[in-house]
Design a protein around this ligand. Structure first.
Ligand code: TXA
Ligand code: MG
Length: 316
């Protein structure tokens, strides 16, 4: 069920079955992107609406042009700079990519993930892998093989265990509108880092209707326990009679049991905070508390992508 056997994963994927794969961002729920039945099984296993398209994963870089019609210079520059890595590009798709993968859009989301097991797997198969995050639709993304097993274990043929994810939040999604780059989802590559390569980039705010990237649906990453964004400087702890969990950036708050608290990074490191975010949300959610309070990080670097997830987890 869970293991590190790439040839087993390959054989199952070739047979049209579902395999969870490790990436540096989060675990993916993968199937042969060129096989519409296998792709349909992804939507079903996740309980994901068909209007929410899937990212395809490929490796090495030379194969990207097998799946996309155009690979413009600016996209190539980003690809050369950040692949393999937490960047997804929206590019015009070739006809070989089924419409089901892109929910009918002429653009396909594509990336080369940076995880040695998954890269070896991708290089051993003849097709790209369609893979959304391996969580039930709307729930927190998985960053360990065990997270995947807990929620989707009985729906998958195999879980390829690559250890805990090193980035911990999903890829940054970049597309182009009238030749201008647009970030549709903040993710593992900070906006500032992208802008250093290609100049000022528009960041599209969330939308709840006809989303360009439905990961941008306002409510997402939801825990069963309600989450609220809170300012820990001004809150009056003694007035609250509830069992409260805390998601803090650098330090725990006093007056709340430490086992109900997640400190994302004691040294204030954004990358460490991103790595700890989803596992922390899951840990608190499993405690069946009444409420989780989360503080926002500074709006810079990966803090922006982390805040984006916290806000959407709180949008229920
Ligand atoms: O880091 C990641 O991107 C992870 C790993 C597994 O690669 N994948 C991931 O997939 O986060 P998912 O399905 O949870 O989120 C993908 C987002 C969704 O919001 C989807 O709507 C958007 O990408 N997307 C995919 N294809 C698209 C397309 N053709 N046009 C617009 N948005 C697209
Ligand atoms: Mg997802």
């Amino acid at each position: 069920m869970i293991g590190t056997d790439i040839s087993r994963a390959k054989a199952l994927l070739e047979a049209g079955l579902l395999v969870a794969i490790p990436t540096e961002t989060v675990y993916g729920l993968a199937a042969n992107a060129l096989n519409p039945d296998a792709v349909a099984a992804i939507f079903q296993a996740k309980n994901r609406p068909h209007f929410d398209p899937l990212i395809i994963h490929t490796s090495p870089m030379e194969r990207v042009v097998d799946w996309v019609e155009e690979f413009p210079a600016e996209a190539r520059l980003l690809a050369r700079s950040f692949w393999p890595g937490p960047l997804t590009l929206l590019l015009p798709k070739k006809a070989i990519i089924p419409d089901l993968v892109t929910s009918g859009s002429p653009r396909v989301a594509i990336r080369i993930p940076r995880h040695p097991l998954t890269q070896a797997l991708l290089e051993s198969i003849s097709f790209p892998l369609a893979a959304p995050s391996a969580n039930p639709f709307g729930y927190v993304s998985p960053t360990t093989a065990q997270h995947v097993a807990d929620q989707l274990g009985d729906r998958l043929a195999y879980i390829l265990d690559g250890g805990p994810c090193q980035v911990g939040i999903e890829s940054t999604i970049v597309g182009w509108e009238e030749g201008r780059a647009v970030i549709y989802r903040k993710g593992g590559i900070p906006v500032e880092v992208i802008e250093k390569k290609i100049g000022k980039v528009a960041v599209k705010p969330h939308s709840t209707s006809r989303p360009q990237a439905p990961g941008m649906l306002q409510s997402h990453y939801a825990t069963r326990t309600p989450i609220r964004i809170s300012d820990f400087q001004t809150i009056k702890w003694d007035t609250m009679g509830t069992r409260i969990g805390i998601i803090a950036f650098r330090q725990p708050v006093s007056g709340i049991p430490l086992e109900y608290q997640v400190v994302l990074s004691h040294r204030g490191d954004y990358a460490e905070a991103a790595r700890n975010l989803f596992a922390g949300l899951r840990r608190l959610d499993d405690l069946n508390l009444d409420l989780i309070l989360a503080e926002l990080l500074p709006e810079e670097d990966l803090g922006r992508a982390i805040n984006d997830r916290l806000r959407r987890a709180a949008a229920n």
